[in-house]
Design a protein around this ligand. Structure first.
Ligand code: DQQ
Length: 473
């Protein structure tokens, strides 16, 4: 066994606060690059969030595991880097993975990366800060048909006293696949069979970061769809070590959030985080010195029909400060209810009185030339983040992003919008989410308002949001 040398991070909370592009209540790395959430767990009274981290650059590469922890899911404190590449199967990087408490021993399973292979590795710890790598790899080779460089992101869980591992893969480089392994002791793993293979070629050439967990008497399989940069889920039964899907849908649309990781909290909730990619050029990331944000923690559930429900955890309500807007009114053919802010939690309930688009304008300059809109179009059953005018900087992505949202007859539109500098998360009717990045250039682009192209009754409440860094002593 070898011990990972921890690399202490400098105190950089002040830097986080100064940068106008930095989210305040979405977790971002202290500096440099972050991608997937990893190894999320709750241990000795604290939540632990590990993440894919490059300590030396604001671009992807030299992947370590960064680490933060929280007592309450609201305020986070940076911890020393948890895993670093070392000579052996992970010398090219410590890729994504998950946490399991294996007979009382905190354990992480992750992918060791080199130029020629991806293998599944393991490390243990007593304090969740210093990790001892188990020498070599637990699983060296993928099964036939799976390329060695498309075999990663182990997700480990226990079911009926058996340990299972689901590994993300590609079948012949053409189709996403999840592989199922089992173990009696968490160390010796036997390959069983594919847990599930993609039923459609549109769902990517590989599935990364698979998660497999129960909600009630159903099982949810979520996968990150490579190279679409989106995520999909399947709901079904887990019988005789086989997954039998019954329903599937989009988890996050292409080009939004990625690499979702769900863990079962001690209170029984299925809590999920996902990585929100930057959508700006490499030189802009380098200039700011950091990249990547996490979604807020989300709580998952299932409807009777087997559809996933998804909303931010209630805890983040503790970050609400001053009320930015509160109004109940009829809106017609215009913008109304003006308010301001760059870090807002907005609840908008809309009774649609016709089939015309309705929504929110955010981050608008006083002349309206720079602005982002969140639009629901009832005719098209489509929720959109309109980014064409979101930034004057051409090095930022500005194409519109869409999610399908069907409202039952008479069902109001219920939007929860989390605006956090450059991050926008939209949760609609607890079942559809749309995540985006926008990079307004003007300090005065802080205007917000409600609009309806036809008529609608709206109830709006918005709060200024506080900061998640720095835990109370
Ligand atoms: N990111 C990790 C991989 C994973 C991918 C590498 C998803 O383990 O498949 O940083 O973003």
């Amino acid at each position: 066994m070898s011990m990972t040398e921890n690399i202490n991070k400098p105190a950089v909370d002040a830097v986080r606060v100064r940068d106008p592009h930095r989210p305040r209540f979405h977790f971002t790395p202290p500096m440099n690059w972050m991608n997937d959430p990893n190894g999320i767990c709750h241990h000795d009274g604290r939540y632990h969030l590990y993440y894919q981290y490059n300590p030396n650059d604001a671009l992807w590469g030299d992947i370590h595991w960064g680490h933060a922890s929280s007592a309450d899911l609201v305020r986070w404190r940076d911890e020393p880097v948890a895993l670093a590449p070392s000579s052996g199967p992970d010398e090219g990087g410590c890729f994504s993975g998950s946490f399991a408490l294996v007979y009382g021993q905190p354990t992480i399973y992750y992918t060791g990366y080199t130029d020629t292979a991806q293998v599944q590795c393991m490390a243990t710890s007593d304090d969740l800060q210093r990790w001892r790598k188990v020498d070599g790899a637990l699983i060296e080779l993928p099964p036939a048909g799976v390329p060695r460089d498309q075999f990663r992101d182990p997700y480990v869980f226990q079911h009926r006293d058996v340990w299972y591992m689901v590994v993300g893969a590609s079948l012949n480089g053409e189709r996403g696949q999840c592989l199922l392994y089992r173990s009696d002791d968490g160390r010796d793993w036997k390959y069983l069979h594919p847990l599930y293979t993609s039923p459609r070629l549109q769902l990517g050439v590989m599935w990364e970061c698979p998660n497999f967990f129960p909600i009630g008497d159903k099982w949810v399989l979520s996968v990150s769809v490579w190279q679409n940069m989106g995520a999909h889920y399947f709901v079904g039964r887990f019988e005789n070590e086989r997954f039998v899907p019954e329903f599937d849908d989009v988890l996050d649309v292409d080009g939004s959030a990625f690499a979702h990781l769900t863990f079962m909290a001690p209170d029984g909730r299925a809590l999920q985080w996902a990585w929100i990619n930057e959508q700006r050029s490499a030189d802009l990331m380098r200039a700011d010195g950091w990249a990547g944000a996490m979604t807020v923690p989300r709580v998952l559930g299932l409807t009777d029909a087997g559809q996933l429900t998804i909303r931010p955890v209630d805890e983040i309500g503790a970050l609400r400060g001053d009320v930015a807007a509160a109004a109940t009114c009829r809106v017609g053919g215009a913008e109304t209810v003006a308010f301001e802010g760059r870090h807002l939690d907005i609840e908008l309930d809309v009774e649609l009185l016709d089939a015309k688009p309705v929504g929110l304008t955010l981050l608008a300059s006083p002349d309206g030339l720079e602005a982002t809109r969140i639009v629901y179009n009832p005719n098209m059953r489509r929720l959109t983040v309109e980014r064409a005018r979101s930034s004057f900087n051409p090095k930022t992505e500005r194409q519109n992003q869409h999610a399908h949202l069907y409202l039952e007859p008479g069902e109001p539109l219920r939007l929860r919008v989390l605006l956090d500098a450059t991050v926008i998360e939209v949760y609609a009717n607890d079942r559809v989410n749309l995540t985006s990045r926008v990079y307004p250039t003007l300090g005065s682009s802080v205007g917000a308002s409600v609009f309806a192209e036809g008529y609608a009754n709206v109830a709006l409440k918005a709060w200024q949001m506080g900061d998640i860094y720095g835990e109370p002593a």
